[in-house]
Design a protein around this ligand. Structure first.
Ligand SMILES: *Cc1c(COP(=O)(O)O)cnc(C)c1O
Length: 404
């Protein structure tokens, strides 16, 4: 049985005060908090077996290598990848996307087309624009509607023999929309285009199965799913990873080096130049263990309950407008108070110990669509409570009185 009070005890930060008030942390879409189990994994690494991996004959190095590779296997199992070497450790989603975008430079030609969606994070727009500049490929955008749903009939029309790549996020960080990625992947494959799904915002809430999805690339960051910052993953189908050239040159990624020629290491090391974030990778594995111990079905069910409760309560505030009203969404609520700048509301909420995000959420095209400068975004995790939502609602009412 899920008991949120027991869960909260795993997160030391949740007991602290901010500006004299108990912390209410509703900025989970930016980064999640970390449970003691993950903090312990980090302390254990540096206290007991810190060492460089893959090249030492000594025991510590072996131990660190084993733990790092065990983490890779945990990630493989979690995402149901066929092989462990299809999991590449990166510094996060942004790095993973850039790795793939850079690799495609040599595979695209002028006139090829790349499709992205109107709901993308900047980190899923800019690398493709740069790729288009390098190759002469053309960027096309799947439009969205007022609810924040992508319009699939328009997507169908964009697909053609010229389409080489499709890049969509699994869940929008700005609005919380869950995109119909299975449909998007299947349709893209009908024209032989590859698909990369940005799972940064999905992985805290659900457990993707990359084989069932038949996705070509799937990327995520550890820090949004209870792990540390500075580490993430790229899943790629073996055939695609073999086709892509290495991203960076350096140690670890080579088989043999002479001044005439270098041959590259096998997967996954071909994409892992230099000393990686060893501790981060191991703690990423601990985070995945932690979340699976709670269970993603339980997490999704609980968060959905929080979302419904918060939506209902927020709607009671006059002049409050919610952006992103898809029937398929996760526990993210973007909203504004009529005539009041989101930043001013965020500042007052902070005085009351409530952490929300204000601004464009690295998704300016979405804000342009709604013709607003930004929103206030409250994003909930499985360790949040209804009573915290009540605090938010009361604080917004207070802010509204002070500002209008
Ligand atoms: C957070 C986020 C990113 C960027 O992740 P980093 O960890 O900053 O690299 C990309 N896409 C989405 C949808 C996100 O939510």
């Amino acid at each position: 049985m899920f008991n949120v009070e027991t869960i909260r005890k795993d997160f030391p930060i949740l007991t602290r005060k901010v500006n004299g008030k108990p912390l209410v942390y509703f900025d989970n879409a930016a980064t999640s908090q970390k449970p003691q189990q993950v903090i312990d994994a980090i302390v254990d690494y540096y206290s007991n077996y810190n060492s460089n991996i893959h090249r030492g004959v000594h025991s510590l190095s072996q131990e660190a290598t084993d733990k790092y590779e065990l983490a890779r296997h945990k990630i493989q199992k979690h995402f149901n990848a066929q092989f462990a070497h299809e999991i590449i450790f990166t510094s996060g989603t942004t790095h993973s996307i850039n790795l793939v975008a850079s690799g495609f430079s040599s595979l695209l030609k002028k006139g090829d087309e790349i499709i992205v969606s109107a709901l993308e994070h900047h980190s899923n727009i800019v690398p493709w624009q740069m790729l288009c500049e390098r190759t002469g490929a053309i960027l096309k955008v799947i439009p969205m509607n007022q609810d924040g749903d992508l319009i699939m009939s328009e997507y169908d029309k964009l697909l053609s023999k010229q389409t080489k790549l499709v890049f969509v996020n699994h869940i929008s960080n700005a609005l919380g929309t869950i995109n119909p990625i299975k449909y998007i992947i299947d349709k893209a494959h009908q024209v032989d285009a590859a698909v990369l799904i940005d799972g940064a915002q999905a992985c805290p809430h659900l457990k993707p199965d990359v084989q069932a999805l038949d996705v070509d690339f799937y990327v995520a960051s550890a820090h949004k799913m209870c792990g540390p910052t500075g580490v993430g993953m790229l899943y790629g189908k073996e055939a695609w990873l073999n086709k892509l050239p290495p991203y960076q040159g350096g140690g670890e990624m080579i088989a043999e080096v002479t001044f005439q020629k270098t041959t590259y290491a096998e997967l996954p090391h071909k994409f892992e130049a230099g000393t990686p974030n060893i501790c981060g990778g191991i703690a990423f594995g601990a985070a995945i263990d932690y979340m699976n111990t709670i269970g993603f079905d339980v997490i999704a069910h609980y968060e959905q309950d929080l979302l419904e409760y918060a939506t209902l309560k927020l709607h009671e505030i006059e002049g409050l407008k919610i952006y992103g009203t898809s029937k398929n969404k996760t526990s993210v609520i973007s909203f504004n108070l009529e005539g009041i700048h989101p930043y001013d509301v965020g500042t007052i909420l902070d005085k009351m110990g409530i952490a929300v995000r204000t601004g464009h959420h690295c998704a300016q095209p979405i804000m342009d669509y709604f013709k607003i400068p930004g929103t206030i975004r409250a994003s909930f995790a499985f360790y949040n409570t209804k009573s915290e939502i009540d605090s938010l609602v009361n604080a917004i009412k207070k802010a509204k009185m002070m500002l209008s």
